[in-house]
Write a protein that binds this ligand. Sequence first.
Ligand code: GDP
Length: 318
Amino acid sequence: MASAPFELKGKSVYVAGHRGMVGAALARRLAREDVKLVTVERRDVDLCNQAAVFDWFARVRPQVVFLAAAKVGGIFANNTLRAEFIYDNIAIAANVIHAAHLNRAEKLMFLGSSCIYPKLAPQPLREDTVLTGPLEPTNEPYAIAKIAGIKMAEAYRGQYGSDFISVMPTNLYGPGDNYHPELSHVVAALIRRFHEAKLSGAKNVVVWGTGTPRREFLYVDDMADACVHLMKTYSGADLINIGTGEDIAIAEFAHVVAEIVGYRGEISFDSSRPDGTPRKLLDVSRLDKLGWRATTSLHDGLKKAYAAYQAATIVPAQ
Ligand code: GDP
């Protein structure tokens, strides 16, 4: 992988999606860089609104853009809010990437997702397997929108020479996650379910699906660190996967979460819920060659995530 030094120092850096889990982690990480961090609230600029985005970009003209804004959710949200997931994510990608182009941003990073790879692509998933086969149906609308964003970045690079790059994170978790019981991803869902079962003394906790799918989990602050590293060192049309290179079966994962939360009851599986894709372990050899590796173990990351969940859910005494 070609590395191309890019100076962040002194630049105005826009994090799109700074209220989300990933954008907030990026803002935390960028606070350690000598940059001018730029953010804007959704009530002021709705990223699905082309005119609002174009107007804001023309006024603010950020030099660097991390496009971490997206409508996201777990397997149930992806599978039921299919129209919203495709529309919002295509609109956000189209508006922000085109506005960055119109206003001559020096560099843009588009954040995709590991669900862009074909459902049955060989594991671990190499970046060059994108668009080689059918997608996992439960998150196809989201994946198509993310593929549109990747292809936009690639097309603007090809036609205009824009320094737009795309990275594909694996399943992320950490502070600021969405803990909605139905709409969340598996990590947040299980932290909450085991925690509530521990408090109520429930004897059984239900985990969705068969427990056999395998997933790779990356702590969100590691993700942010990888993004800043790649922004500074990588330039190219090729996608870069961001993950740990290790995965775990959902059944085993559920036991790890239960142990960290301190839930000692039974765990059962509801196979009427979808499993989704059987496995999506990322091949991280490109990332490795570019000089970055995850440092937070799953155990440590889950402990931090659980602490953040508890801190966020404690009701202050009256
Ligand atoms: P995915 O990687 O896009 O499938 O995202 P999820 O994080 O939503 O789901 C990962 C895996 O965890 C799937 O096989 C789910 O069926 C399984 N899973 C088990 N329990 C839960 C739960 O309570 N919520 C969610 N979202 N997934 C769960």
